[in-house]
Design a binder for this molecule. Structure first.
Ligand SMILES: Nc1ncnc2c1ncn2[C@@H]1O[C@H](COP(=O)(O)OP(=O)(O)O)[C@@H](O)[C@H]1O
Ligand SMILES: [Mg+2]
Length: 249
């Protein structure tokens, strides 16, 4: 199962908005996504509760619920067949928290708002992610989403020049738009809204989804390949004598 994690230590940057919309878009494209909410505020689980029964199914996991440690890891497992797993993370994660939620991720999305404080927080967050990364290809998994952008404002120009200076792609620039607030209230994603209402917002969103879909599909192939080569090796192990010894008894 492929894992997409949305992080930013700063609250209000759009993590939940991006997480629920990514989940809805995958569901809309015939995937069976699972959405895990690690934020005790539970916003993405509330969105899921508002989701109409007729909408394509998304499996919800309230990962913030504190239960016994023994049952917790079991509860956090999405049911078999779900793919991808989308994780909405809480604000205020330190570098250990960031390393923990992004472990094994195939894609890490960082929504950033165009303000001085938010840009500073995003730099810190990216630095923490890269410093605590165990694998050296973490940078290639990270993508930034410039969120709630009002074109030609000073905040946006600062965000733009900061983002240009990083070697991390800005995958999409999302407008400050009613499309996101309206769809959020109805438990759906912008991909599931009437096209005429969300026309201007869909284009950058499709770019983001294409990038994610490639990651999910490539990741699945890579893992299948690794599994197949592992199976080949297992077949070479000398299991024969042990089996025949058993069968003689
Ligand atoms: N592109 C956008 N346009 C308009 N409102 C947005 C957009 N992205 C987020 N919001 C609003 O901003 C607020 C904070 O977003 P949210 O996704 O909850 O952030 P986080 O999960 O990072 O705390 C919410 O009220 C949400 O509806
Ligand atoms: Mg949130």
């Amino acid at each position: 199962m492929q894992k997409i994690v949305i992080v930013n230590s700063k609250g209000g940057s759009g993590k939940t908005t991006v997480a629920v919309n990514v989940a809805a878009s995958f569901a809309h494209r015939d995937f069976k996504p699972a959405l895990m909410d690690l934020d005790p505020q539970g916003s993405s689980m509330r969105w899921l509760q508002a989701r109409p029964e007729s909408a394509p199914v998304i499996h919800g996991i309230a990962g913030y619920e504190s239960r016994g440690a023994a049952t917790r890891s079991w509860q956090l497992q999405p049911p078999p067949g779900c793919n991808p797993l989308i994780i909405d993370s809480p604000a205020g994660l330190d570098s250990r928290g960031l390393a923990s939620v992004t472990r094994g991720a195939d894609a890490i999305l960082i929504p950033v708002l165009p303000s001085e404080i938010d840009i500073h927080a995003a730099v810190q967050c990216i630095a923490n992610l890269l410093l605590s990364a165990r694998s050296n290809n973490t940078q290639q998994k990270i993508a930034i989403i410039a969120n709630r952008v009002k074109a030609n404002t000073l905040g946006y120009k600062k965000l733009e020049s900061f983002l240009r200076s990083l070697e991390i792609p800005v995958l999409a620039t999302l407008r400050d738009s009613q499309s996101f607030t309206r769809s959020a209230g109805a438990g759906i994603g912008i991909d599931e809204m009437p096209a005429w209402q969300v026309r201007k917002d869909l284009e950058p969103w499709q770019v983001l989804m294409t990038w994610l879909e490639e990651r999910v599909e490539n990741g699945a192939e890579r893992r299948l390949g690794a599994l197949r080569s592992g199976m080949g090796r297992v077949a070479l192990f000398p299991t024969g004598p042990a089996i025949s010894a058993k069968s003689k008894r």
